[in-house]
Design a protein around this ligand. Structure first.
Ligand SMILES: Cc1cc2nc3c(=O)[nH]c(=O)nc-3n(C[C@H](O)[C@H](O)[C@H](O)COP(=O)(O)OP(=O)(O)OC[C@H]3O[C@@H](n4cnc5c(N)ncnc54)[C@H](O)[C@@H]3O)c2cc1C
Ligand SMILES: NC(=O)c1ccc[n+]([C@@H]2O[C@H](COP(=O)([O-])OP(=O)(O)OC[C@H]3O[C@@H](n4cnc5c(N)ncnc54)[C@H](O)[C@@H]3O)[C@@H](O)[C@H]2O)c1
Length: 465
């Protein structure tokens, strides 16, 4: 059987682009199909614009911090439209880079929505074919097909839900709302609460749990809760869920399950995401999904159809860009170079870009104590930068050590530069280093990070009884 391509990749996001480029580099004939943005969620409506907006949100407080150091700077007014225009320009630049990167790698690109006709045939709906592909094909075939279609925001099914926005729209608001009610305290809820508050909005953060960031280490959740409480402009409504959204002119009301009504200029649902499988025609290729609509794959990302693979958010395992990239790379290496590329998924570092940011690698105390007795080291301090400033940002560091082996199994930090610091320490966790390896490491002084190699006193030991 001959096919048009060796590999078709559906979705030009983090995972799909890496898979296509690496496969083409190994000599495969590759096509990629994208229906919306080149670069996918991360580049267009995710990590990149979010981080740019997060940077924007920090300057006002830094201006005030500078007073303690002798500057007579004024905070002034933030121009939202200027920020959004600058952000859009950068995203457009990145979009073009993605297209040219794919073309330079020899990948054939198609614009349109892809769906399965059968396990080897993809239909491209309303495709606007690129210059390097003028044949006008609507059906293309391949030996191997990768689904890398990502995920979309989930909207709570409450009355008036049509009045709410999600992160997809938050990046394109014409004006910054003076008051924003954010529902959900996962990554997106926390990050956007920080962004809007930093730019001057009053934020109501509504979440079901007593503490934010479900799934993270309990002490770190408490530390983050306290950091949010200490940050001006954010009111936390814990243990609450919305039951209704209503609108009166330009003003919205968010109705909570305790009868409280929050009046606001914008209701923002940050309540999780779901895999993009709608319209893919998975049934035409006998591709199985779970009840939560995650595509089922084995450890090699093979679906229930043996020539079809799925990577990234659509399999809903660890929904982060570097993970999707690692999966795409490993798959391309395996299929077209016969190579095994390993990744330490258990030691995937995670960061939540609040101010101060939180970053973690390895196990939480609650996960680690299920496996055996653990020694916990905790250090809390106000870093030197805030000696002369009015706001006193606390740093919270936590190390979890398996008592028997002395392996450092979890490392967590809330504080300035935590993501940058934790990226380096992730190597140590992935390598399975012990507490004494950390102790032998010389610190950088003066820094907050040196604290991670100078933790001496066990704060407590713990084990699941
Ligand atoms: C607001 C926000 C902030 C984030 N911040 C971070 C962060 O700081 N760090 C981090 O690591 N991760 C972050 N993430 C998560 C990260 O963006 C995702 O994990 C990552 O983009 C997943 O990559 P992917 O390749 O699986 O899918 P995506 O990047 O979503 O790409 C999928 C692509 O497939 C296309 N597609 C879908 N269906 C079809 C079809 N039928 N035909 C053709 N094309 C199709 C889509 O248009 C999309 O371009 C963030 C996400 C959001 C929403
Ligand atoms: N910095 C980063 O790496 C980063 C940033 C943003 C997003 N992401 C990725 O994108 C994913 C999606 O982010 P997210 O913040 O939307 O999801 P999330 O899963 O992190 O958080 C969802 C929030 O919505 C709440 N929620 C869910 N259902 C609800 C309901 N019925 N009623 C009330 N509350 C409800 C949850 O309790 C939680 O607080 C993340 O899990 C992460 O993988 C990563």
């Amino acid at each position: 059987m001959t096919y048009d391509f060796d590999l078709i990749v559906i979705g030009a996001g983090s995972g799909g682009v890496r898979c296509a480029r690496i496969a083409a580099g190994h000599g495969a004939k590759v096509a990629i199909i994208e229906k919306q943005h080149w670069g996918g969620t991360c580049v267009n409506i995710g990590c990149v614009p979010k981080k740019l907006m997060m940077f924007a949100s920090t300057f006002g407080d830094l201006v005030e911090d500078s007073h303690g150091y002798g500057w007579d700077t004024q905070k002034g007014h933030h121009h939202w439209q200027q920020l959004i225009q600058a952000k859009d320009k950068e995203i457009n630049r990145l979009n073009e880079i993605y297209v040219s990167m794919l073309q330079k790698a020899g990948v054939t690109i198609f614009r349109g929505a892809a769906s399965f006709k059968d396990a080897h045939t993809i239909n491209i709906a309303q495709s606007v074919l690129s210059e390097d592909n003028a044949q006008g094909l609507l059906n293309i075939t391949a030996k191997h097909i990768v689904i890398a279609t990502g995920s979309s925001p989930s909207i709570l099914d409450v009355e008036g839900k049509e009045h709410a926005i999600t992160s997809d729209q938050a990046f394109y608001l014409k004006e910054r709302p003076q008051r924003v009610s954010i529902v959900g305290s996962g990554y997106i809820g926390i990050e956007f609460a920080g962004i809007f508050a930093g730019l001057g909005s009053q934020v109501d953060l509504v979440y079901r749990q007593p503490l934010p960031l479900r799934g993270f280490d309990q002490d770190m959740r408490q530390a983050l809760h306290d950091a949010i409480a200490a940050r001006s402009g954010i009111t936390q409504h814990t243990g609450r869920s919305p039951v209704k959204v209503s609108k009166d002119g330009n003003v919205y009301q968010l109705h909570l399950d305790n009868g409280e009504v929050i009046e606001t200029d914008c209701v923002f649902f940050a309540t999780g995401r779901h895999p993009n499988i709608e319209g893919l025609g998975l049934e035409n290729a006998q591709i199985e999904i779970t009840k939560k609509k995650q595509i089922i794959v084995n450890d090699d990302f093979v679906t229930s159809a043996s020539n079809v693979y799925a990577i990234g958010d659509v399999i809903d395992k660890i929904n982060l860009t570097p993970v999707a990239i690692a999966q795409g790379h490993a798959l391309a290496d395996r299929l077209f170079a016969g190579k095994v590329r390993k990744s330490a998924y258990d030691a995937t570092p995670k960061a939540v870009f609040f101010y101060p940011p939180l970053a973690s690698v390895g196990l939480s105390e609650e996960e680690a104590e299920q496996k055996g007795e653990v020694e916990i080291y905790i250090s809390q301090f106000t870093s030197m930068k805030y000696v002369f400033t009015e706001r006193k940002i606390k740093t919270y560091i936590k190390m979890i050590v398996d008592k028997a082996s002395q392996n450092v199994v979890g490392l967590h930090m809330l504080g300035d530069d935590a993501p940058e610091i934790m990226q380096g320490f992730a190597v140590a966790i992935a390598a399975g280093l012990t507490k004494s390896d950390f102790d032998q490491t010389i610190g950088i002084h003066p820094s907050s990070a040196e604290e991670l190699v100078t933790l001496r006193q066990v704060t407590r030991t713990s084990q699941k009884s």
